[in-house]
Design a protein around this ligand. Structure first.
Ligand code: DI6
Ligand code: FE
Length: 400
């Protein structure tokens, strides 16, 4: 490679899964300048390139860095004890109604300083990164009061800076009713929409707004008030919808142009049609399905037939999905939900980016961020097939 286009880095001799198309590019290369891709494709048709650094991938599979588009990794405490009670027969809903569940994590989160939240969350984020994750969404929702929600979001942002991972923060003030508002859910929503969200948005801490629309969460009417407040601030919305029951939350979210509706086990045909019409991504969370021993499957075939984009995420949270492996989430999506290998890859790259409103990540193509994972395998199916192992060879974010 002589004196061609200047770039910073070339990854040579790569087997490329660009996600721009679905077929593998053997003998490919990726070139980047200033953190952005300038070329990704076959070596023999590449332009003349000159780089200060050439990384020989030795035929390894190179994919976009993985994107975990639904997590709650920032929180205090642990719920292992509650899980033991569930093993003995109690249901998630019984525990939630008895003041455990989300509210017990709320207490631990309120007691934690920002530094303590960072320290508690760091191993979870590091586990994701060790499997090639370069972008992660992190939700608030265990503070349930302004100061604690702020600490969660600030912890999320500083984890991103510390770990070299792109963090998108989602405000989930309407996750659960804090005990001081017992019996006054509408008043709590007024606090969420009137004070918490405007203050946190003004501080630049909110990339998107989410809610838990559920029998044990908030009603569709309360959810809509959250969406109206988000819209006033110009913020995109997402929704925990149809996880435990059909509240018609996905259709409501789609009407508000939601980036995604997530969970969706109880989604009906009207919800699917609304999502398809509005381009709302269906984010499937097989870790929560598995961990709660759910038996109702999300309507994957109908989503596919309707052309709804499908994403896959860990939902890493202490109650229903203590999962810090996006590769295992892909395996579960294939095994439990019957997604194809190709759908699993689209679901953790291109469609996951879309679920976060990111137009410049999740694909290896010119103009996109040079977020790359280099794997010790030669076929994409290997990574969906195996459970465990340490298949990542190297990972690069924004070219570094
Ligand atoms: N749905 C979930 O699965 C989690 N939150 C939500 O809205 C559960 C969160 C928890 O139990 O801590
Ligand atoms: Fe969740």
């Amino acid at each position: 490679m002589g004196s061609g286009h200047d770039c910073d880095t070339i990854w040579s001799d790569a087997t490329l899964l660009t996600m721009a198309g679905e077929s593998l590019v053997e003998q490919g290369l990726v070139a980047a300048k200033d953190g952005r891709i300038v070329y990704a494709g076959p070596t023999d048709t590449a332009p003349d390139l000159a780089a200060t650094r050439v990384i020989d991938c030795q035929g390894r599979l190179v994919t976009p860095g993985l994107i975990d588009c639904h997590t709650h990794i920032v929180h205090g405490g642990s719920r292992a004890g509650e899980w033991e009670v569930r093993l003995a027969g109690a249901s998630y809903e019984e525990i939630a109604r008895a003041g455990g569940g989300i509210v017990s994590t709320m207490r631990a989160t309120r007691e934690a300083s920002e530094d303590q939240l960072i320290a508690a969350s760091l191993p979870r984020l590091e586990a994701l990164i060790a499997e090639g994750v370069t972008t992660v969404e992190i939700k608030s929702g265990y503070g349930l009061e302004l100061a604690s929600e702020r600490r969660m979001l600030r912890a999320a942002r500083s984890l991103g800076e510390r770990c070299g991972v792109t963090v998108r923060t989602t405000f989930l003030g309407a996750h659960a009713l804090p005990p001081e508002y017992a019996g006054r859910a509408d008043d709590y929503i007024a606090l969420v929409t009137g004070e918490m969200l405007p203050a946190l948005a003004a501080e630049g801490l909110v990339d998107a707004v989410d809610a838990f629309c559920e029998g044990i969460g908030f009603t569709p009417a309360q959810t809509e008030r959250v969406f109206v407040a988000a819209r006033k601030l110009g913020l995109p919305v997402k929704l925990h919808a149809e996880q435990l029951s059909n509240q018609r939350g996905a259709a409501l979210a789609a009407r508000y142009g939601a980036l995604s509706a997530d969970h969706l086990e109880h989604l009906d045909d009207d919800g699917i049609a609304a999502m398809a019409a509005n381009g709302t991504v269906a984010t499937l969370l097989p870790g929560a399905f598995y961990f709660t021993r759910e038996t109702k499957l999300p309507p994957v075939r109908a989503l596919r037939d309707a052309g709804v984009p499908i994403a896959i995420a860990t939902d890493c949270n202490p109650g229903t999905s203590p999962l810090t492996s996006l590769l295992l989430a892909m395996n579960m999506a294939a095994t439990l939900f019957r997604l194809t290998v190709a759908e699993c890859w689209v679901g953790t790259t291109r469609n996951a980016a879309r679920a976060l409103g990111l137009a410049d990540t999740g694909i290896l193509a010119p103009g996109y961020w040079a977020d790359l994972a280099v794997w010790n395998v030669d076929r994409p199916a290997e990574l969906v097939y195996r459970m465990g192992g340490r298949p990542l060879h190297a990972r690069y974010r924004r070219g570094i």
